[in-house]
Design a protein around this ligand. Sequence first.
Ligand SMILES: Cc1ncc(COP(=O)(O)O)c(C=O)c1O
Length: 385
Amino acid sequence: MQLAKRMDTVEPYFFAKLGLRIAELKAEGKDVIRLDVGSPDLPPAPFIVDTLQKASSEENLHGYSPLGGTPDFRGAVSTYYSDRFDVNLDPKSEVVGLIGSKEGLFHLSMAYLNPNDVALVPDPGYAVYASAAKFAGAEVVTMPILENNHFLPDLDAIPEDAKRRAKLLWLNYPNNPTGATVNDTFFAELVEFAHTHQIMICHDAPYMDITFDGYKAPSLLQVPGAKEISVEFNSLSKTYNMAGWRLGMACGLESAITALHTLKTNVDSSQFQAIQAAGVAALTGDQTWFSERNTIYQERRDIVLDGLSKAGLVAHKPQAAMYVWVRIHTEVPSNEFTQAILEEIGVSVTPGSFFGDCGEGYFRISLGTPAPRIQEAMERIAAWI
Ligand SMILES: Cc1ncc(COP(=O)(O)O)c(C=O)c1O
């Protein structure tokens, strides 16, 4: 039976293939330290887990959930945005619940992109922006986000033809994979650019609450006029250590939220209500616990930076997200470099090329592993180099 043509545009996800190789190495008795995937190793706060436990014992929460998220969950998202960012969102029309933000990013592209449309995506960037656009048959035009421009795109460098044909522009700050954050003016410039060229901004922001050294990340939706041209994706995966629970949200431009909701009613049947109840507790309960968690990530970041400097490797010091983006000291392609350290010293990191052509020459270290294991990985890398 022949697959649909669009399947030619997708490959198995990098981490799926990597996981198989790591399982083989482990079966051979190798001690592999995983600093590749961005999955938090710590649990959510106990009150969130308690809420899930209690809610899952309720007899009436096991049927299908309201499509697009329970009113309570959408209300909690609105409360979170108002408390955290002073942004007002109508929970009915400006918020939709997601089964993790990844599906929302993918489905928004399905809702908007026709063949011949353009999606502007950051390079390096989270791979799903480009793969979703290609799956929809659209053309991907990359916006390099380079170290010499503080890992921000140069909006003036976007080709005229791409600006004319672009429908969606994807960005993500605090950034995966570089750990970069925005300066004070960038979001306002971006919103002006979007209005001028009538391109929807899709801001993917799951790391806004993983910050270090006192930094506080802004929401794009705080910029006047942003809500009229943008959707911001957010997720409980990283902020609340709930990656496996699959709960996220898209907020902002009403017509886009409606379109995403309509598409999703044909694709999924929402998330388990007990998980959404726990999401409500997470979003509206005590928010101070994750500053302790951020301190843990910050300590891990510093172990990484210290280890890299001992190894003679150069990295940008991130103020947010859970990654360190490291320059490779030789001309070896990043996938060969990362494969070599996996096979030879049992340290798994992500090659920069996975995030796009401009990621070549770098690798990414994730901070989702306990400090002693990170320490050991850094010692192995230094000795190997
Ligand atoms: C930039 C970015 N967007 C979205 C996601 C997906 O998050 P979720 O677990 O909400 O699907 C990730 C996960 O690593 C990410 O790094």
